[in-house]
Design a protein around this ligand. Sequence first.
Ligand SMILES: *Cc1c(COP(=O)(O)O)cnc(C)c1O
Length: 401
Amino acid sequence: MSTTETAIASAEAHSAHNYHPLPVVVASADGAWMTDVEGRRYLDMLAGYSALNFGHGNRRLIDAAKAQLERVTLTSRAFHHDRFADFCTQLAELCGMEMVLPMNTGAEAVETAVKTARKWGYRVKGVPDGMAKIIVAADNFHGRTTTIVSFSTDHEARADFGPYTPGFEIVPYGDLTALREAMTENTVAVLLEPIQGEAGVLVPPSGYLPGVRELTRERNVLFIADEIQSGLGRTGRTFACEHEGVVPDMYVLGKALGGGVVPVSAVVSSAAVLGVYRPGEHGSTFGGNPLACAVALEVVAMLRTGEYQQRAAELGDHLHQELGLLVGGGAVQAVRGRGLWAGVDIDPAQGTGREISEKLMDRRVLVKDTHGSTIRIAPPLVISKEDLDWGLEQLREVLRG
Ligand SMILES: *Cc1c(COP(=O)(O)O)cnc(C)c1O
């Protein structure tokens, strides 16, 4: 057996099969490229589902992490540490908000958003105890905890994990009328992805997000934008909401916030909303730890210049222009997305998304399929135009058959 086959067989024998990875075993990576255990190089067109927006081994982020590793890595929130205030202040400023509640994973931040909205509903809005409702969209992806899968519409993500957490109402994504009709006095929040990533990079109809903003403001309901995947540069802006001129009441951030180095997530909002917490009411041992804060501070500093957003916008225009040329030629049925982020619907006659991904892997390009015949393209924002063009050429070759 090859080194690759041995590693995969061993992983399959000793790890739960909750993923179906492509048969590549990565040993190192740099920028937009990964190298496997047999020395083959692959172009990373997934970027850890946008956790690697700044590329593998980003010098600034690695240096920030190394420097912090030598000083202090963990204090717990029982004590203050000297990176915490800067991290919260600067992240809040980047978001145009006032307060930050740091956690680790995206799902934890979504859970935090849910808890915050409920508490705000009872303490500020005056919803009767136990009655708070949060409206979410069909085909959402917000994470994997028992509460979050309770409001998923994806059978695989949800089946066999009940009993489910009540208090959620599901409406079709992009449908303002359905949202208006679902709202009651007890609605405390609307939780949405401004672009639905896992669903296939679905961009809502223009006017939808401003409509949600208007409706939530009118009804004294929090608008929570899950920008874990769409935020922090991916779409060519700091936040995907910006494309529609919308400012939500709360951003939920994760993935790229940790620079692909450490898990860092956060809820960012106003003092009126995050101010509802008192000591003991919520927390996390690792949330806001010194190493996480040091890396995330560097991420925030990098985003402040706007250069990554601009790069994503320019390369994204190019990506969408090139992908657009494939639509209608038989192999590609539709392309969606914004910035350096695209969902490509392949004609099912050409094969499943998985089969296309495997063929791309044989040509040394790594992507991930989603839902049947859709593949997602989301390279690190640091990818060169030449590498992006090379990756697109491999896609054209695969589709040519
Ligand atoms: C990835 C993702 C999450 C969950 O983040 P984890 O770090 O995997 O828990 C939540 N929401 C969105 C939109 C995501 O893309």
